[in-house]
Design a protein around this ligand. Sequence first.
Ligand SMILES: CC(C)(COP(=O)(O)OP(=O)(O)OC[C@H]1O[C@@H](n2cnc3c(N)ncnc32)[C@H](O)[C@@H]1OP(=O)(O)O)[C@@H](O)C(=O)NCCC(=O)NCCS
Length: 157
Amino acid sequence: MKPKTIRDSQVIMAHEAIPPDANPSGNVHGGTIMKLIDAAAGVVAKRHCRHNVVTVRVDNLEFLSPVYIGNLITVKTSLNYTGHTSMEVGVRVEAEDLMTGQVTLTSSSYVTMVSIDEKGRPMPVPPVIPETEEERRRYQEGKERALRRKERKGKIG
Ligand SMILES: CC(C)(COP(=O)(O)OP(=O)(O)OC[C@H]1O[C@@H](n2cnc3c(N)ncnc32)[C@H](O)[C@@H]1OP(=O)(O)O)[C@@H](O)C(=O)NCCC(=O)NCCS
C-alpha cells in the first residue's frame, strides 16, 4: 500500500458551544467533548485509509479546565502512528473565550481507530510516513504505546 504523510489526513474541527451541549449552569458536558474528539479522530482515520473505521480505545482522556456555553471548542487531530490495521490519532482540545480571546487547554488524548471491511473485520491501512522531527517523535511514542497496549491485552485476555 502506498504510504501517506501526516499532512494528508490531519484536521482541525471547531464548534461553538451552545446550551444543549451543557448542564444548566453552563458547563459543557464531558460527553459533548468526547463526541467531538471521536468524530475528529474518525475523520483523520478515514482520510488516511479512505475506508470505514471504528473506535477501539481512547487513552489519556482528562478534562483539565472547564468549557462554557459560548466558548469555541477546537479539536486538533493528526495521525501519530499506523499499525497493520489500527491507527493512533493524537487529539488536542482547546477552548477559546470568544469575548476575551483567552485559550485554555481542555484535554489531550490518543484515540485508536481500526479500519474495517464490509463485514466488520479489520483490514490493512497504508503506512504513515512521519516527515518532521516532531512527527518522528510522535510516531515513535505512538509505536511504543501500541506495543504496550498489545502486551496488556495479551496479559489480560
Ligand atoms: C475493531 C475490531 C474489529 C477489532 O477486532 P479484533 O478481533 O480485536 O481484531 P484484532 O485482534 O485483529 O485487532 C485489530 C487491530 O486492532 C488493535 N486493537 C484491538 N483491540 C484493541 C484495543 N482494545 N486497544 C487498542 N488496539 C486494539 C489490534 O492491536 C490490531 O492492531 P494492528 O492490526 O494495527 O496490529 C473489534 O474489536 C470491534 O469491532 N470492536 C468494536 C468497535 C466499535 O464498534 N466501536 C464503536 C464504539 S462501541
